[in-house]
Design a protein around this ligand. Structure first.
Ligand SMILES: Cc1cc2nc3c(=O)[nH]c(=O)nc-3n(C[C@H](O)[C@H](O)[C@H](O)COP(=O)(O)OP(=O)(O)OC[C@H]3O[C@@H](n4cnc5c(N)ncnc54)[C@H](O)[C@@H]3O)c2cc1C
Length: 243
């Protein structure tokens, strides 16, 4: 099936973006790395967020970083303000050519179930800001992932993370450079509480407790049983990393 672009707009503000989203077949685009691969016979009216003023990484206080939705994965990798496990997770998400294009907002909304980046953001207590015509809401990343897809006029504008504490990630993949099959991320925050997240064991990355029973869906890259066994091993390794 062919993709048909019926219109293209590049709003310069969120208000303009809302107006563009009123048209038929309107679809938001961040970096387009995922959307460009989509095939559909329906005409698409592309609303490109690249100049909507949603980029940039800003420290709100000593422990909180606000990352704009159109910040590219490469900008995450390059920022010394971003915690090391988030930078490394962003580096592993895509090859460099695609990292320069793909955005944090696109990664959040795509909700890849094996995303190391989303697992790393979850343990950093990520809060997602979503603009709607009535105002802006914020919600925990886990709640947002559970409520996808977004409504047609919802725009992710930023993600805030808690950067304090110590974090560690462990993963298993077919090769060093390949997409992970299962990922465990752990962070002990400034409050001394341990957060644990897994990717590759549910329909999207999730926050878990060490003793949780898992029932991962399997596929050609790993059966449910394999993923469950790997999750236990990787949780231990990640916890060792913060001990
Ligand atoms: C070769 C290849 C390999 C890939 N490998 C991986 C991988 O290993 N792991 C992984 O997680 N992903 C992978 N992806 C998917 C994709 O690259 C990532 O999900 C990427 O981060 C998407 O970002 P983007 O800005 O390009 O999204 P886009 O393609 O622009 O958008 C993706 C979706 O998000 C919506 N969207 C974008 N921005 C916003 C916003 N601000 N508010 C609301 N909705 C928005 C779009 O409407 C669309 O539905 C891969 C893609 C390719 C092409």
């Amino acid at each position: 099936m062919m993709k048909r672009i019926s219109a293209y707009s590049r709003p310069e503000s969120i208000g303009e973006a809302f107006a563009c989203l009123d048209g038929p077949g309107a679809v938001l685009i961040g970096g387009g790395t995922k959307l460009n691969g989509r095939t559909s016979s329906e005409p698409m009216s592309v609303v490109d967020l690249q100049v909507a003023g949603l980029d940039g990484i800003e420290r709100l206080d000593a422990g909180t970083l606000r990352i704009g939705a159109t910040t590219t994965l490469q900008q995450l990798v390059d920022s010394e303000d971003v915690p090391a496990v988030v930078r490394e997770a962003a580096r592993r998400e895509l090859p460099s050519t695609l990292r320069a294009q793909s955005t944090l907002g696109g990664a959040v909304v795509s909700a890849d179930r094996e995303s190391e980046l989303l697992a790393a953001l979850l343990v950093h207590d990520a809060v997602v800001f979503v603009a709607r015509p009535g105002g802006t809401d914020k919600m925990g990343l886990e709640a947002l992932l559970a409520h996808l897809p977004l409504a047609s006029h919802d725009i992710v504008t930023a993600v805030a993370i808690d950067t304090a504490g110590t974090a560690s990630v462990a993963r298993v993949a077919r090769t060093q450079a390949d997409k992970p099959i299962v990922v465990a991320a752990v962070r002990v925050g400034a409050d001394g509480r341990r957060r644990l997240a897994l990717a590759g064991v549910a329909s999207a990355p999730v926050l878990v407790e060490e003793e949780d029973e898992l029932d991962p869906p399997g596929d050609f890259r790993g059966s449910g049983e394999y993923r469950r066994a790997m999750a236990a091993v990787l949780i231990s390794r990640a916890i060792e990393g913060v001990s």
